[in-house]
Design a protein. Structure first.
Length: 205
């Protein structure tokens, strides 16, 4: 399919079933959990699915969030993304368009849908007078990281997540002892970088 046949438009209520399917693929790609039987549970649990549906409906109605889908001329949805405007980095008061929850269905990859979503994000930034794009990419998604690197995105910081109980236990064992000196050095390095920041790891294109 030629890439010119693809277009990106705002998501509508009628797109919710497709959005939920994309959400399933995104969840399966980002959650490497394995069940007791040895197989990884796929899809979103029913209770969580209802909550997710409501969140999609809220995003569609929210003027401060721009949920989009990339479709063919026949209106077949290929993928989605969410655009919001926020600071590019917690320490830098520089507004940017954040592209998150971006996913292209596996069966539709290599058809230009990912580039169409990025192009739409760039257009959204230009329409709001902003010159920075921030994309959230899962660190374990090699293809997605390569894709965005080829388009000029570079990491500024890596966000790590840990349960508070684990952090407390490690602190008690003396395995993690940050000092003011280390924090100052880390901030100094951050200030000297000019690349884009990565947000939460939730993109798979």
């Amino acid at each position: 399919m030629p890439r010119s046949a693809l277009r990106v438009r705002p998501a509508a209520v009628e797109d919710v079933p497709a959005l939920l399917a994309f959400g399933d693929e995104l969840r399966d790609a980002l959650l490497p959990s394995v069940s007791e039987s040895g197989s990884r549970p796929r899809g979103t649990p029913a209770g969580a699915r209802a909550v997710l549906e409501q969140r999609y409906l809220e995003a569609i109605a929210d003027p401060d969030r721009h949920l989009v889908v990339v479709v063919t001329d026949a209106e077949e949805p290929l993928g989605m993304a969410l655009f919001t405007i926020a600071s590019a980095n917690a320490l830098l008061d520089l507004p940017a368009v954040h592209m998150s929850h971006a996913v292209v269905a596996d069966r539709h990859k290599r058809r230009g849908a990912g580039k169409a979503l990025v192009s739409a994000a760039a257009a959204y930034a230009e329409a709001h007078g902003l010159d920075q794009l921030v994309v959230s990419v899962h660190p374990g998604s090699r293809d997605a990281n390569r894709f965005f690197a080829r388009l000029g995105f570079a990491p500024l910081a890596v966000r790590r997540v840990a349960p508070v109980a684990v952090v407390r236990r490690r602190l008690d064992l003396g395995e993690a002892r940050p000092t003011d000196h280390m924090v100052r050095r880390s901030r100094g390095r951050l200030g000297r970088r000019t690349a884009l920041s990565l947000g939460p790891a939730d993109t798979q294109v």
